[in-house]
Design a protein around this ligand. Structure first.
Ligand SMILES: *Cc1c(COP(=O)(O)O)cnc(C)c1O
Length: 387
């Protein structure tokens, strides 16, 4: 069996978790704070807040920016459903922006057209836009940031795929052009904590709000209390928060994994080189990396050339029948019945997402995939699929 993605766990990861398990704190201990410091330093942001998943991180990011019932949030048509669900948790209206056919990221000109037609129709502009760094490369920071200034929305970056990726030499998650960035530590992502996620931000108020919402909306900070008291048992609940905490032993794993991130990415680059040398380019359109970007290569998405896209499902089944667990990232979010049944969305608004959905297939990519496995994948990919 060859999965499309898989974690790499080494001896030092196991030792780090074992050490954490023998310490005083399993949760709410020093490793959480330490992991946050390391993540903030890695991304070049002032603050990081770690939580139990990127889904939780996206939810808290929306809440921290004040997303509520009646607000509108836009995200990319091609992403994991969590990018949109986060806004639904806040009772916001969700809409989607078509993708750029080369990077698969939110298309800035589609976004601009949608903003202008929304304005002309007298409809509500988005409060927050959530661009996604699809497959591990940055969304178009300059163009979308300029639109955020012109149309007055805030940006939450869904960088779930892109820990370690850079744009113009700057790590993703620095929040130089956004309010909040989100990372995922699910096992298929760049590093793992089992389940886990993080927000980074440069805004101390946002960081504090997210940290409080992660733990029931409770504060122990005198400055925030309605009736400050220094007696040891006292705390106050200020908002309706959640238990979105991550454990200390997960953070031990996260820190240990972070040490290997550069190596993971360079190994993924070798896989990309292999595919570039060996895949039949008369059949597949290989991924392109946009200018100024270096990708973390979370995913390797190829598309069948348009004349062959009718064979995509056949090829997909062939891979799966050979125990190569290729995947499709992603079904356009508006196509899921939960969204589609609202009657708010229409295929004609998303020609590029639809073309992508017809032709895309994610080939296996992870640090420990072997040459034999890559060779096997390329054989199936390049083999005749007409019969
Ligand atoms: C994986 C993923 C998420 C959710 O991450 P979890 O940590 O599993 O909650 C959100 N957005 C995108 C784009 C993802 O790929």
């Amino acid at each position: 069996m060859i999965p499309y993605g898989k974690q790499t766990i080494r001896r030092h990861d196991i030792d780090a978790v074992a050490a954490a398990l023998s310490d005083d704190f399993l949760t709410q201990g020093p490793r959480v704070v330490e992991f946050e410091k390391q993540l903030a330093a890695h991304a070049g942001a002032k603050y990081a807040v770690v939580v139990n998943s990127a889904t939780s991180a996206l939810h808290l990011a929306c809440l921290a920016l004040g997303v509520e019932r009646g607000d509108t949030v836009w995200t990319s048509a091609i992403s994991f459903v969590a990018s949109a669900n986060a806004a639904k948790y806040c009772d916001a209206n969700v809409d989607f922006v078509d993708i750029d056919p080369l990077t698969f990221n939110m298309c800035p000109s589609a976004l601009e057209r949608k903003l202008e037609s929304t304005l002309e129709a007298g409809e509500q502009l988005p409060k927050v836009v959530i661009p996604v760094s699809m497959a591990g490369q940055s969304w178009d920071v300059e163009s979308i940031y300029a639109l955020s200034q012109k149309f007055g929305f805030q940006i939450i970056e869904d960088n779930s795929h892109a820990l370690g990726a850079t744009h113009l030499g700057r790590k993703l998650g620095s929040c130089a052009f956004s309010s909040i960035s989100v990372f995922s530590f699910h096992p298929v992502k760049m590093i793992t904590t089992g389940e886990g996620g993080a927000c980074t931000t440069n805004d101390p108020v946002i960081a504090k709000r997210i940290a409080r919402l992660r733990a029931h909306g409770i504060t122990r900070d005198f400055d925030e209390m309605a009736s400050p008291s220094d007696v040891g048992y006292y705390y106050e609940q200020l908002d309706l928060g959640f238990n979105y905490r991550i454990t200390d032993f997960q953070c031990a794993l996260g820190m240990s994994q972070l040490e290997s991130l550069d190596e993971f990415i360079s190994r993924r680059r070798e896989v990309v080189d292999y595919y570039e040398k060996n895949l039949d380019t008369s059949r597949f359109v290989l991924p392109t990396v946009g200018s100024g970007n270096s990708s973390s290569w979370h995913l390797y998405v190829v598309r069948l050339v348009p004349e062959m896209s009718v064979l995509r499902d056949k090829l997909f089944r062939k891979f799966r029948a050979s125990d190569v667990l290729v995947n499709l990232h992603y079904i356009p979010i508006y196509r899921h019945p939960y969204y589609w049944n609202s009657g708010l969305y229409s295929f004609v608004d998303y020609p590029e997402a639809e073309a992508y959905y017809r032709a895309a297939i994610s080939l296996p990519i992870f640090p420990e995939i072997s040459l034999q496995e890559l060779d096997f994948v390329c054989q199936i990919a390049n083999d005749a699929i007409y019969d």
